[in-house]
Write a protein that binds this ligand. Structure first.
Ligand SMILES: [Zn+2]
Length: 197
């Protein structure tokens, strides 16, 4: 979706609140592809991790399970905030564990105008995709932008997104995906009503 990676990550359990939720992270390669699509890792690093995951399937399985644990913790926290409910303490503990683990792989690197925080880019660690996601969630939670995190108004969607519109009144994850569908539905119900004598 191009929003904060941590929110897009939560959306990888599609139709999360329906009886037929769809797990988009079935295998380690799905996690690697997510890292590639969201540009949280370089293409080179993603290639390396894909190769590595085939050489070490057990480790890849553990990394994927850990990624899903992180995702569910992030999900619980943000949906609690969106619904103005208390944030589950256990989820915050899990996120903090991941954030601290991520910090072990973070270092200052010289940038063009100032130094930058960078994760080890030459790492073959299969857990590498989790680090920028955990950090992204922590940064979003610690920023003022957190109040603009929304869940899509479509009841069958409820994807998380960051509402960066000017008046902060965006309701749909994507106007073309959910917004139009809702519009079409409204149009039909209206016409049906007027057609009834
Ligand atoms: Zn939506």
């Amino acid at each position: 979706m191009g929003g904060p990676a941590c929110l897009d990550f939560v959306n990888t359990l599609d139709d999360r609140f329906s009886a037929e939720s769809k797990e988009l992270l079935q295998h380690y390669v799905d996690l690697a592809r997510f890292a590639e699509d969201t540009r949280i890792l370089s293409d080179l690093q993603v290639d390396r991790l894909m190769t590595r995951s085939m050489q070490r399937p057990e480790e890849a399985k553990r990394a994927l399970a850990s990624a899903i644990q992180l995702r569910e913790a992030i999900s619980e926290i943000f949906y609690a905030l969106v619904r103005r409910k208390p944030v589950p303490a256990a989820s915050l503990v899990i996120l903090n564990q991941h954030v601290q683990e991520a910090a072990q792989h973070l270092a200052l690197a010289a940038g063009r105008r100032h130094f930058e925080w960078k994760f080890e880019s030459d790492s073959y660690d299969l857990f590498a995709p989790l680090w920028p996601i955990a950090r992204d969630a922590a940064e979003l939670l610690a920023s003022e932008r957190v109040e603009y995190v929304r869940a899509c108004a479509s009841k069958t969607c409820e994807w998380l997104f960051l509402d960066e519109s000017k008046n902060h009144r965006r309701r749909w994850c994507d106007m073309t995906k959910c917004g139009n569908r809702a519009k079409v539905r409204r149009f039909y119900t209206r016409n049906k009503k007027t057609a009834v004598p």
